[in-house]
Design a protein around this ligand. Structure first.
Ligand SMILES: *Cc1c(COP(=O)(O)O)cnc(C)c1O
Length: 363
């Protein structure tokens, strides 16, 4: 048998749906101004880099993660003002938590529901688990379509409803009363709600102060947009008994000692990151005003560290900006409601100025 025939033989063991998937594409950003992935543009001050290096160097890398993980859980719970009677679990990024939720809720006939356009991992984790995904379109202004959401909840009785608060890729912070009615409806039919607050550092509202009113709501956050995308650390709070069930499907040792220590270090210096978030929010407002003045460009309101903009020809503009060394995200083909839209991550003042110039020249 030739090597070729051998390689064809194992393919029958790979799931058909996996074979027809595309791997999650990460754009090559070498040498570019990277404004495509909602990363915090600021690095750690050099004195802190040195301190962190010493802390990480002294860790027992020969040991599996131990009780330090529980210290981190307690510190995050305090930092996030976790309500009494709740518990907290950690994920290797919130992406892992989303996967674990699909896994834990995979009972026969289960489905997962989220508004679209939204964060791609909700649908992807459902698909990979073999759980049905129901996407409910937002309104053309990217608000929740309350009637459509309530009707889809009544029809499908999903195990889980995801609400990103604020939403990605639109930046929208949805109406609090509409959210409450969706949460109540989902609770009445016996399902769960996950509030995904990945962009909480840039938003004026959080669900944390309302989450304890319900017994079926989980609240998820991540340190990625806070400033530690490279560290991979997400966390989720919820009623103790509910967290205990989902925590059973978590791989042991899913948080490395390095992730854990970096996160603890960041919490000790939370003021540094809070100051960066203030600057990013100010930059977002400046950028939003400047973009709104451009002819033919529509900027949508955002409470995240990104701006969704619609323009006459998004793909032409995206390619033009790319030739000028500016990498943003072309979301125009992601969903019909996103026609001719680009998603711009808010960077440093200098990066934003360069991005704006490149965008103007590429319209
Ligand atoms: C970025 C993002 C996440 C995932 O973050 P990680 O912790 O880096 O896995 C989750 N939800 C939303 C809405 C996001 O935009």
């Amino acid at each position: 048998m030739s090597a070729n025939q051998n390689s064809a033989a194992w393919l029958k063991h790979i799931r058909q749906d996996v074979q027809s998937m595309h791997a999650y594409a990460i754009q090559d950003s070498t040498g570019m101004v990277k404004l495509d992935a909602m990363e915090n543009p600021f690095s750690l001050p050099s004195a802190l880099q040195k301190q962190l290096g010493e802390r990480l160097g002294a860790l027992a890398l020969n040991r599996y993660p131990g009780d330090r993980i529980n210290v981190l859980r307690a510190e995050l719970a305090k930092y996030a003002h976790m309500p009494e009677g709740f518990d907290i679990m950690l994920g290797n990024g919130s992406d892992e938590l989303i996967t674990l939720i699909s896994m834990a809720c995979d009972v026969p006939g289960a489905s997962i529901l989220a508004p679209l356009p939204g964060f791609v991992m909700y649908a992807m984790s459902a698909q990979l688990q073999g759980v049905t995904f129901h996407g409910v379109p937002l309104t053309p202004n990217f608000e929740l379509d309350e009637a459509a959401m309530l009707s889809a909840i009544a029809t499908h009785k999903p195990a889980v409803v995801y609400l990103a608060y604020p939403n990605n890729p639109t930046g929208t912070l949805w109406d609090a009363d509409v959210i409450e009615r969706i949460v109540v409806a989902q609770g009445e039919q016996g399902g769960l709600v996950v509030m995904d607050e990945a962009y909480q550092p840039f938003a004026s509202q959080t669900y944390m102060d309302r989450v304890a009113k319900h017994g079926h709501v989980l609240l998820m956050r991540t340190l990625s947009k806070f400033g530690l995308a490279g560290v991979r650390l997400g966390y989720m709070v919820g009623p103790k008994a509910l967290i205990a069930e989902i925590d059973k499907v978590r791989p042991p040792y899913n948080i490395s000692v390095l992730n854990c220590e970096c996160a603890l270090f960041a919490l000790e210096h939370a003021a540094v990151f809070a100051e960066q978030a203030v600057q990013i929010r100010q930059e977002r407002e400046k950028l939003s005003q400047a973009l709104a003045l451009l002819p033919g460009v529509q900027v949508f309101p955002s409470q995240a560290n990104m701006l969704l903009v619609r323009m006459p020809d998004a793909t032409k503009c995206f390619e033009g900006m790319k030739t000028k060394g500016i990498l943003v995200k072309n979301v125009s083909k992601m969903h019909p409601l996103l026609g001719n839209c680009l998603r711009l991550t808010v960077g440093t003042p200098d990066e934003n100025a360069r991005m704006l110039t490149a965008l103007k020249e590429s319209l």
